[in-house]
Design a protein around this ligand. Structure first.
Ligand SMILES: [Fe+2]
Ligand SMILES: [Fe+2]
Ligand SMILES: [Fe+2]
Length: 472
């Protein structure tokens, strides 16, 4: 058992205690214009198992959410953001100084190795790389993957379960905005992990990687930088493109994908794994971005600027071949089995993580996209709960009390006894609840709420898995 003294000295706890990660205030549902403010729900740390790494099956959990928020912040203390320049007032240098101050940097560096272990050490056990992987077999395996991804780009959008869930939602534009928000932690600072591999001296591989980086950075034309193209996508559908405006609504899977690249690029010993992961993402993006562009145009019509996706559909054909022929092939030729083992591992781990993140996002969209107040099926369960007083929790919160977005480990109902609250199941979606209103919150689903009356008394009856399945 961890003593209070141990907990106080624990690097993760120390890092989580920094003020920029403190609980969200009432005004911070959307965090506009402050890239340094990142509430993490650190108060849940005592309930998070820190003795075993997360497996992909635990990605849709509060543990994964908190740990990936912390890890993401640890990496980003190493990236440069500047405070918003304001017309009338001084930029917020206090937030800037706190985020990049010596205490923040020291705590981030101390916490990072353990956070990385907890976040990613569970992946290796899930992949099977048994057998003799010769150079020829490995390259044939990747060429086959590339050919299949390129062929799949012409398939209908509905063949992609995630895009199908967007297209079939009751309000496709609302869920599509949440879908775009999930890309923001990566795309608004795109290729920052790759830039970590620019320093050093490792021959032609370094220049080949830098060639990809130049493209990602728009060859120094800021409007062509891929992050700029993504800002344009967001603005065209009414989203705030400033970094981390939607911090509260990043799902754990979305953060995990960015963190994985930072982990591989920040730890130079993982260079070959980085190449495998890079090939997976460049090769699959050829396919994915073409379908994303078509699906988003179906949803938003001509209003959406899809150049980000169209550009990737084009340039990632080149990037995927470049990574294969100018990075992977020469790395294997020069470094043999060590390169093969690392490249295959990075490729398979990212594939696994991407699939888990897609499942997490599709589950969120399928729940929140169909969510409505006072479903008659829920009313019957509440009547049964009141009659039998089964398991549940009761809370009394006062006006403007804020819960940082979070995830429950169980299926539960939400029932307001008195007062009112706003409930947030997706970025940009607000359900106004009043006394007597109820809804269903499945385990694993990200949500937040804020009390809007002087006081609110509410119950959260917990459902058995069998009962919860009847609501799915
Ligand atoms: Fe890109
Ligand atoms: Fe690319
Ligand atoms: Fe909750």
């Amino acid at each position: 058992m961890t003593s209070l003294v141990d907990a106080a000295c624990d690097p993760i706890t120390l890092f989580a205690g920094l003020s920029f990660q403190a609980e969200a205030r009432a005004s911070e549902c959307l965090i506009a214009g402050d890239p340094f403010r990142r509430p993490t729900r650190a108060k849940d740390l005592p309930f998070i198992p820190l003795d075993r790494p997360l497996g992909p099956d635990r990605l849709a959990s509060n543990s994964a959410l908190v740990l990936h928020r912390l890890l993401f912040n640890a990496y980003e203390t190493d990236l440069l953001f500047l405070p918003a320049a304001r017309d009338a007032a001084e930029p917020d240098w206090d937030s800037f100084d706190a985020f990049y101050g010596p205490q923040s940097i020291a705590c981030a560096q101390a916490a990072r190795p353990r956070l990385e272990h907890l976040a990613f050490a569970g992946l290796e056990a899930e992949i099977d790389l048994a057998g003799k992987w010769s150079p020829a077999l490995t390259l044939a395996y990747f060429q086959d993957f590339l050919a299949r991804e390129q062929a799949a780009s012409a398939e209908p959008e509905e063949n992609d379960p995630l895009l199908a869930s967007l297209l079939s939602a009751e309000d496709p534009q609302a869920v599509a905005r949440h879908y775009l928000v999930q890309m923001a932690p990566d795309f608004l600072s795109e290729a920052s992990a790759m830039a970590r591999l620019s320093p050093g001296a490792y021959g032609p591989l370094q220049s080949a990687l830098f060639n990809v980086l130049i493209d990602e950075y728009g060859a120094a034309v800021h409007a062509a930088k891929h992050s700029s193209l993504f800002e344009t996508v967001m603005a065209s559908v009414g989203l705030d493109p400033r970094p981390h405006a939607y911090w509260q609504f990043y799902q754990p899977g979305s953060l995990a994908l960015v963190n994985y690249f930072h982990c591989l690029a920040a730890n130079k010993g993982h260079f070959f794994r980085y190449l495998g992961a890079l090939f997976y993402t460049e090769a699959s993006l050829v396919n994915v971005t073409g379908r994303q562009s078509r699906a988003l145009r179906r949803i938003f019509g001509k209003a959406i600027d899809t150049r980000y996706f169209d550009e990737h559909h084009h340039i990632d054909r080149h990037h995927s071949r470049m990574v294969l022929t100018r990075l992977i092939e020469p790395a294997i030729a020069a470094y043999g089995s060590r390169a093969i083992a690392g490249i295959l591992r990075g490729f398979e781990e990212l594939r696994l993580l991407q699939a888990a993140a897609d499942r997490d996002l599709a589950a969120q969209i399928n729940w929140a996209g169909q969510l409505r107040r006072n479903d008659p099926r829920v009313a019957g369960l509440i009547a049964a709960w009141r009659a039998g007083s089964g398991p549940g929790e009761t809370f009394r919160e006062v006006s403007d009390e804020r819960s940082t977005t979070h995830i429950h480990p169980d299926d539960r109902l939400l029932l307001l006894e008195t007062g009112s609250m706003d409930f947030f199941p997706l970025a940009g979606v607000n359900l106004a609840l009043k006394a007597g209103d109820h809804l269903f919150i499945p385990q694993g689903r990200l949500h937040g709420s804020i009390v809007t009356a002087p006081e609110c008394l509410y119950h959260q009856p917990i459902l058995s898995p069998d009962v919860a399945r009847t609501l799915a």
